[in-house]
Design a protein around this ligand. Structure first.
Ligand SMILES: [Zn+2]
Length: 279
């Protein structure tokens, strides 16, 4: 292999491997620097080699909703898997014969692999929601790469699936994240319906608000954990507020599913929803 090729491979593959081992945000560059004798210039060159790619990435798409006339929509759940919420969501989906897409955090799947396997075993799809829910708008390129690649590795390694969907935390999608997602083979899913109530609310209010947006092709953003809150101290105010909001969403979920059914709509995985589309 040429020197350029070797260095490039280190740059592309190193972030995930080294990130898993030492958790450094600039892990890819650190590996390349070590391999090149610790030279700063070589590390910089290796880092820059990850900013462009000679791989033809083709077409990857960003979906906010799916143009379809089929009576289908997609419920999506972010931030899990989490024993506090995910099992009850799975039960509600099973009772309604509904399928969904779970955008998992790598760090949460590493903590709860059996729960992740239950999601797949029950016919749902999984997607990449980064390793630890950093706001990608404030990450440098190696940091973004580590967030996506570490999650990708734990999804494939733990669940034996090849995920094809990426959802950035908060929907914040800098160009580097879009391109790295494309390198990993992902389309990106944002959403057309989400909780807009800022306060915790009640299950009834959340259900009514969400039900207004249910229509063919809708992508509905819900949660089965608390994102960054998982790394906050217990009993911190924000963590408790996030958990209270999730609880309301989980309790209201059977009613959201019932509202969809009354409108003749069924929840399917994102990939199935896209297959129903002419887009
Ligand atoms: Zn999230």
């Amino acid at each position: 292999m040429t020197d350029h090729g070797r260095r490039r491979l280190l740059g592309l593959a190193g972030a995930g491997v080294a990130g898993a081992a030492i958790g450094a945000t600039t892990a890819g560059a650190a590996v390349a620097a070590t391999a090149d004798g610790g030279d700063d210039a070589a590390a910089q060159e290796a880092r820059e080699a990850t900013w462009t790619t000679d791989r033809p990435l083709g077409v990857r798409r960003v979906w906010w909703s799916v143009p379809t006339s089929a009576p289908l929509l997609s419920l999506t759940f972010d931030d899990g898997p989490d024993p506090l919420f995910t099992p009850r969501i799975l039960d509600a989906l099973r009772d309604a014969d509904a399928r969904a897409t779970f955008f998992m955090m790598g760090a949460m799947l590493e903590r709860h692999p059996d729960l992740g396997r239950r999601v797949v075993d029950e016919g749902h799809e999984v997607g990449n929601h980064t390793w630890s829910h950093e706001n990608l708008a404030f990450q440098d390129e190696p940091g973004i790469r580590e967030q996506l690649e570490r999650c990708h590795e734990v999804l494939t390694g733990t669940l034996g699936v090849t995920p094809t969907w990426f959802r950035p935390p908060r929907g914040a999608l800098p160009g580097a994240a879009l391109r790295i997602a494309a390198e990993l083979g992902y389309d990106t899913a944002i959403w057309s319906v989400s909780r807009t109530l800022s306060e915790v609310g009640t299950p009834q209010r959340i259900t009514e608000q969400l039900a207004e947006g249910l229509e063919p092709g809708a992508i509905v953003d819900l949660h089965d954990s608390i994102g960054r809150g998982n790394f906050m101290l217990p009993f911190s105010g924000l963590r408790d507020e996030l958990a209270a909001k999730r609880e309301v969403e989980v309790v209201g979920l059977p009613d959201v599913l019932a509202a969809a059914a009354r409108s003749g709509l069924r929840s399917v995985t994102l990939s199935e929803l896209v297959r129903s589309s002419q887009a």
